[in-house]
Design a protein around this ligand. Structure first.
Ligand SMILES: *Cc1c(COP(=O)(O)O)cnc(C)c1O
Length: 462
């Protein structure tokens, strides 16, 4: 064991099993089972594909006219939210990457999901001679092109948001679209898809079962294409392309990222594809100066378990581990994050670079959802609030302080940028949002519990 591994508190598995909010930081070394065959050129290619499709997207979606077909969200400073969270200015400044407002899909899934369907459509269109490289892709909106796409089925298994993204873009291009959903998917998401002519297939059981059932059904269709949330490189690279856009926004905002100006990024994590792609992209661009943390519900810390297993910290648990293996339930109201087992692809891509993973109780999600509404006037869904626990974990917990000290970051905190990625919310119906908000406002009014009390007591004793 290296010294830093030894200092990972031995109790954290116990606290994890007890569904306590906690912060895990990655020890140096270990994790031999990582590495992916992509690099910056692949991320750039995904970015360029979005650019080629932009004129067509502007034509298909009126909400994209103003941005000329570019699907992007603002980067904005959040001084009022920073104050609402009680984060002192000398700990750095809080910003928000507002993917909850991403048009077309209403969540971060607009990035990976739409990219994958565009890549499939582009390959088909090239193979069938519908467009050639360099052409104006608005040709793909012609009846001949749509008739070709209509012969193919695009399908996906999803807890909701990925289904929304794939279903909406696939049907807009003229594909037959099917979304396989788990029992916990929200009614309004199913209704929104059905209204667009997408077939919604419901499966009993959790997200993993819906994906497996969807995959089986599509494999039987010679003209079926299955978007695989757990294994798809195209999905992953669509997310990673966000890093290139963010780099431009960061520069435009005058934010410096270097050794003396650390960037901390807090990303809500389900299967790991979206946060993994983004963290991978950011590590290509900023190297060790971007410190990415994933945020997971206390009952669904699948990526945390995968990281622990990869670093030899989960003896006796099968690899890849699931949250059920340690007695957790995968029950959370953060439906975008209710995933029992992490994506191997995402783990392979970031297992060696991710700074850490922390867990969040549902109550904290609702509290931060309400704080964000009351301070900044932004409307997000519960999953998308997970990023806001990040600065608390990092700055106010013994585990966070210890990590900052070990990495030599304490002297630079006052110049740090904390970026909370708000991952969804735009299309949540008003009645549903109002329920979230009133629950959150009740909780936000109550005093906050410390983020990782068990680590506090144990590390004091240590
Ligand atoms: C899907 C989703 C995430 C996480 O993405 P994964 O690829 O599953 O890790 C986070 N927030 C919201 C709102 C989502 O829908």
């Amino acid at each position: 064991m290296t010294p830093s591994q030894a200092s990972v508190p031995a109790f954290s598995l116990q606290a994890l099993r007890a569904a306590q909010p906690l912060l895990w930081t990655r020890p140096d070394g270990g994790a031999a089972d990582t590495g992916v065959p992509f690099g910056l050129a692949d991320v750039q290619a995904a970015h360029d594909r979005f650019t080629r499709f932009a004129p067509l997207l502007a034509q298909l979606f009126p909400e994209l006219e103003a941005s000329a077909g570019v699907i992007e969200s603002p980067l904005r400073q959040a001084a009022a939210m920073q104050q609402a969270l009680g984060l002192a200015p000398d700990g750095g400044r809080l910003w928000i990457k507002a993917d909850h407002a991403l048009p077309v899909a209403g969540s971060i899934k607009a990035r990976g999901g739409i990219h994958e369907v565009l890549e499939f459509a582009e390959k088909l269109a090239w193979a069938q001679g519908l467009v050639a490289p360099g052409d104006d892709y608005r040709k793909l909106a012609t009846p001949a092109a749509r008739a070709c796409f209509a012969q193919y089925q695009v399908a996906v298994g999803s807890t909701g948001n990925l289904g929304l993204s794939i279903g909406v873009i696939a049907s807009a291009l003229g594909f037959r679209a099917a979304v396989h959903m788990s029992a916990d998917a929200k009614e309004w998401k199913k209704a929104r898809l059905r209204a667009r002519g997408v077939e919604v297939v419901e499966h009993p059981g959790d997200y993993e079962k819906a994906v497996a059932a969807g995959r089986r059904q599509v494999q039987a269709d010679a003209r079926g294409y299955f978007v695989d949330d757990e294994r798809s490189p195209s999905l992953f690279l669509g997310y990673a392309a966000a890093a290139l856009r963010l780099r431009d926004q960061i520069a435009q905002a005058g934010i410096v990222v270097d050794a003396e100006h650390p960037l901390f990024v807090y990303l809500p994590c389900g299967v790991g594809g979206a946060p993994g792609g983004i963290a991978f992209g950011l590590s290509l661009l900023y190297g060790a100066h971007a410190h990415c943390f994933f945020a997971e519900p206390v009952q669904s810390p699948c990526f945390l378990l995968r990281m622990m297993a990869g670093h030899g910290q989960l003896p006796g648990v099968p690899v890849p581990p699931s949250v059920y293996d340690i007695g957790l339930t995968n029950q959370t109201e953060a439906d975008g994050l209710a995933v029992p087992r992490a994506s191997d692809l995402a783990y392979a891509a970031v297992g060696q670079s991710l700074a850490g993973v922390y867990t969040v109780a549902d109550d904290a999600l609702y509290g931060d959802l309400a704080r964000l509404h009351d301070s900044e006037g932004l409307r997000i869904e519960p999953s998308a609030a997970a990023g806001f626990s990040g600065p608390r974990h990092l700055l106010d917990s013994p585990a966070g302080q210890q990590w900052l000290r070990q990495r030599g970051l304490l002297p630079h905190l006052t110049r740090a940028t904390h970026l909370a990625w708000t991952t969804g919310g735009l299309y949540v119906p008003a009645e549903e949002y109002d329920r979230f908000l009133s629950r959150g406002q009740r909780l936000a009014a109550a005093p906050q519990a410390p983020t990782d009390a068990p680590s506090f007591h144990l590390s004091r004793r240590a």
